[in-house]
Each structure stands twice: as C-alpha cells, then as structure tokens.
Ligand binder design. Structure first.
Ligand code: COA
Length: 158
C-alpha cells in the first residue's frame, strides 16, 4: 500500500485524509477513548479518518502520524465502539504505515497503555523506551501527554 485512500464497500468505511471540518469529530473520539489530544494540531496533514459508509459524515475511526526526522510516531488510533472488530483499526494502521514507508522513513513507533497485543499482531515489537528513535522526544506524547507507564513499540520499515 502507498497511503492511498481505501475506497468503501457497501459496509466498510472509506479511509482518507482528515478534512478540516472533521477535526472536531476526531478530537471528540479521542476524548471518548481516553487518548491525548496534545500536539495533534501540528499533525492534521498526516491524520486519516475512517468515514462511515452510510455517507452521513460520521467519523468512525482515526489515526495520525507524527514525522520527526527519519522516524514516525503513530498516534490517535481510535475506532468508535460500535464500529470495532470490523478491520477499521487495522486498515488505519496500514494506511499510516504505508505513508511512512512511502516517505522512506526508518521506523514507526508508538506508545500505548491499552493495545499492545493489537499492535504486536501488526508487526510492532515492544522495546525499552530508550530504544526509540531520539527524534521522537520532540513529540508531545513524550513530554507528558502519554503516561510514563505506557509501553513503547517499534516497527522497522527498512
Ligand atoms: C484498538 C482499536 C483502535 C482497534 O480498532 P478496531 O477497529 O476494532 O480494530 P480491528 O477491527 O482492525 O481489529 C480488531 C481486533 O483487535 C483486537 N483488539 C482490539 N483492541 C485490542 C486491545 N486493546 N488489545 C488486544 N486486542 C485488541 C480485537 O479483539 C479484534 O480481534 P479479532 O479480529 O480477533 O476479533 C479500538 O479497540 C479502539 O479504539 N480502542 C480504544 C483506543 C485505543 O486503545 N487506541 C490505541 C491507542 S495507542
């Protein structure tokens, strides 16, 4: 995949870049899922949404990528509860990772308190936080937005 939008089928959402008028829905979704919003406003250009297939404009999922040097931080992955376990979260991760790959980045990392097994099934390995690319310390998630107890995970791209 190369980060291109994923077209919807009759029952699956379309995954595409977040439009400006969808940002408030993403922020609400993150709050409902207990995920931090801090720092996201610097990365709307690399935020994707899963849009409801019924065309009512509902955002059912989100993911964002922060690019810092030759490394990326995947963040703000969330699926509305009623849309879960249908592959939306996995598709959002695929789009973000393929975008990072298309940029020639070395790796995609993340911090999670809740979803380590979900990401482990998608090629991410748990690592000590000190093993993450140093450029990621520029992220708000590393400056307190994410709890110190969060698990650090890394997927090498090349
Ligand atoms: C994690 C999340 C995005 C997955 O979204 P989703 O659309 O349900 O994802 P998918 O449908 O692609 O995959 C679902 C599968 O992952 C599993 N899964 C979901 N959350 C999981 C978790 N926290 N730990 C382990 N497995 C998890 C589901 O059981 C399901 O397994 P199955 O396919 O065997 O039934 C969603 O559960 C969510 O929004 N959680 C709250 C926010 C969150 O924790 N985000 C991650 C922050 S780093």
């Amino acid at each position: 995949m190369t980060g291109r939008p994923v077209k919807p089928t009759e029952s699956s959402p379309e995954i595409r870049r977040c439009e400006a008028n969808e940002r408030a829905q993403v922020v609400s979704l993150l709050a409902a899922c207990g995920l931090p919003e801090a720092g996201l406003s610097d990365h709307w250009e690399t935020t994707w949404v899963a849009a409801s297939p019924n065309g009512d404009g509902t955002v059912v999922g989100s993911v964002a990528l922060e690019v810092h040097g030759d490394a990326a931080l995947l963040r703000s992955l969330a699926t509305r509860p009623e849309a879960r376990s249908k592959g939306v979260g996995g598709s959002l991760v695929d789009v973000a990772v393929s975008h990072a790959t298309s940029l020639g980045l070395q790796s995609v990392s993340l911090l999670t308190t809740t979803a380590e097994p979900f990401f482990a099934r998608r090629g991410f390995a748990s690592v000590p936080r000190r093993d993450l690319p140093p450029s990621l310390t520029a992220s708000a998630e590393f400056r307190g937005a994410c709890p110190a107890s969060a698990t650090a995970m890394l997927r090498r791209l090349r």
